[in-house]
Design a protein around this ligand. Structure first.
Ligand SMILES: [Cu+2]
Length: 159
């Protein structure tokens, strides 16, 4: 698992540097954005064989680097009931994990999804994403593992 994550991160870094290179060569902001988006999509698709619409580089999950987040149904849309599923192998904390939904650099109404442990060992909860008034589609899901840390994921919603 560690090797896989490292490989994905390496692939992402390569794609990112390629996109920066292309952007520098083209002087066209649109192209830069397009390439950046493509590398993000690539990263997203790779993390779990395309099964994950929601992913991103997990951050700051102290002692728990293998946290995975899945959101269904796909494509993920605003104003629809969504199931958030978290895999946190080895999580031994006493509290219940929860997810904070928001947007980077934007103050959105607090949106918390409480998770409960299912018999299969995954933590699941239901939540709804509002439609962002500014039209932005990239969300962050911060998975809090009480007593352990948190992992931040970013993902895009469909129209
Ligand atoms: Cu917003």
């Amino acid at each position: 698992m560690k090797t896989l994550v490292a490989g994905i991160l390496a692939a992402f870094a390569v794609l990112l540097s390629v996109s920066v290179f292309v952007a520098e060569k083209s002087y066209d902001g649109t192209v830069e954005k397009e390439y950046y988006r493509k590398s993000l999509d690539y990263f997203r698709d790779r993390e779990r064989g395309g099964a994950l619409a929601a992913s991103g580089a997990p951050q700051e999950a102290a002692g728990n680097p293998d946290v995975l987040l899945d959101i269904s149904p796909k494509p993920v849309r605003p104003m629809k009931e969504l199931t958030f599923s978290v895999e946190a192998p080895g999580y031994q904390g006493d509290g219940r994990p929860w997810i904070d939904l928001g947007m980077e650099g934007m103050r959105m109404p607090p949106n918390r999804v409480d998770l409960a442990k299912d018999p299969d060992g995954r933590y699941r909860g239901k939540g709804i994403l509002v439609r962002c008034r500014s039209g932005r589609k990239t969300w962050t899901a911060t998975v809090h593992l009480p007593g352990t840390g948190h992992a931040v994921f970013s993902f895009d919603v469909a129209d």
